[in-house]
Design a protein around this ligand. Structure first.
Ligand code: ADP
Ligand code: MG
Length: 352
């Protein structure tokens, strides 16, 4: 069989890790990215640097590959739609358009009878004033948010005036959940009722950025079952192809809520690289390239720590890690505060 070539939009750490996984199963990668210095350059077979609305370069890219996927959700829908006319884009562009928009995403989840936080759409300052019930809450831009960007905590309604909110954008106001815990479920769907699902991962955040993930998650059996069932329902409802992640909140009364969906491989799933027979990246590639589905097997329990900003420096300089630890450096050109620079995974023998 001739070698499959996978096109990846985005060349950050996720694009890099997809490329590494592709190489292992003999799939060629072409990364398209608007950042000249993106780390994906070092891991892919070919790298195209251009803007996401450069039609000519997009056309060139599409003609080099067999199937197209993406490593982040904030790609213009138009771009994905145009590409999809030339080569198949998976997950399909309509899935991306839905999930890109926090309001459409939450409406979709509720229609499946799955619980989310309480929320309302906010178009202007006036919309906020009657919403005393949803306070304390968080105002979030409906599009383009990640790692807590575009979010304003609202403690009381009077505070709105002092917050200098840019109302040229649209928002939702979400009630704050009294969090006991956050978990995520990663699932790779291959087709109708054909999927592989990883065990729920327990996550903790610092400054709204993921800091630590571990399996097994310390959760009740009820939450274990419900989070898996809801993730399967969402993946089936979207007719999703590839790996996706559902982020959940658990409140102090052990109620589960879907926070958001990531239509891509996810940071909390980096531990699958060392803990499972098939990691989230390889599974994504298997699904979008129509390769065979291999039953998942957990080999180790694991925990992962994100190395953010200059936390990477010590690891770069001093490699004294244990033999159950794996250090990943994303090889980003510049260290920036709040930038994910690498991660460290530690694996443990499974305790039955
Ligand atoms: P992003 O798109 O930036 O990942 P999220 O909506 O996932 O945005 O918010 C980032 C983090 O902020 C969450 O993982 C959680 O820790 C906290 N957070 C967001 N919304 C709420 C909420 N309604 N209640 C409690 N915590 C929240
Ligand atoms: Mg999130």
């Amino acid at each position: 069989m001739s070698k499959i070539t996978l096109g990846i939009l985005g060349g950050g750490q996720l694009g890099s890790m997809l490329s590494v996984a592709a190489k292992k199963i003999n799939i060629k990668t072409v990364i398209y990215c608007d950042d000249h210095d993106a780390p994906g350059r070092k891991f892919s077979d070919e790298f195209i640097h251009a803007e996401y609305n450069d039609k000519e370069k997009m056309y060139e890219f599409a003609n080099k590959v067999d199937v197209i996927t993406y490593e982040f959700e904030n790609i213009p829908f138009e771009t994905l739609n145009e590409l999809n006319k030339i080569k198949i884009v998976l997950p399909k562009p309509s899935v991306n358009r839905l999930i890109q928009h926090r309001l459409a995403e939450k409406d979709f989840i509720n229609k499946l009878n799955i619980r989310t936080t309480q929320y309302v759409q906010i178009k202007s300052k006036k919309d906020l004033e009657p919403l005393v019930d949803l306070v304390p809450g968080i105002l979030k831009t409906t599009t383009m948010g990640y790692d807590g960007k575009g979010q304003y905590p609202i403690k009381n309604i009077d505070q709105i005036n002092s917050l200098n909110i840019d109302f040229s954008k649209e928002y939702i106001l979400e009630k704050l959940v009294k969090l006991k815990k956050e978990i995520s479920v990663i699932i790779t769907r291959f087709g109708n009722n054909k999927y592989e699902i990883y065990d729920p991962i327990e996550n903790s955040h610092e400054n709204q950025i993921l800091k630590h993930s571990k399996i097994p998650a310390d959760i009740s059996e009820k939450i274990f079952i419900q989070s898996r069932e809801w993730s399967i329902q969402i993946a089936e409802g979207l007719k999703y192809i590839g790996t996706m992640c559902v982020e959940f909140f658990i409140d102090r009364n052990d109620n589960l809520y879907v926070n958001e969906i990531a239509p891509r491989v996810h940071n909390s799933g980096h531990l699958t690289i060392n803990a499972y027979n098939i990691n989230q990246f390889e599974n994504h590639i298997r699904a979008v390239c129509s390769l065979n589905r291999i039953p998942l097997k957990k080999i180790y329990d694991a925990e992962m720590i994100n190395l953010i900003g200059d936390q990477i420096i010590d690891y770069r300089n001093d490699f004294k890690i244990n033999n159950n630890q794996y250090f990943f450096d994303y090889l980003k050109k510049e260290i920036k505060e709040k930038r994910k620079m690498g991660h460290l995974t530690t694996v443990y023998k499974i305790n039955d």
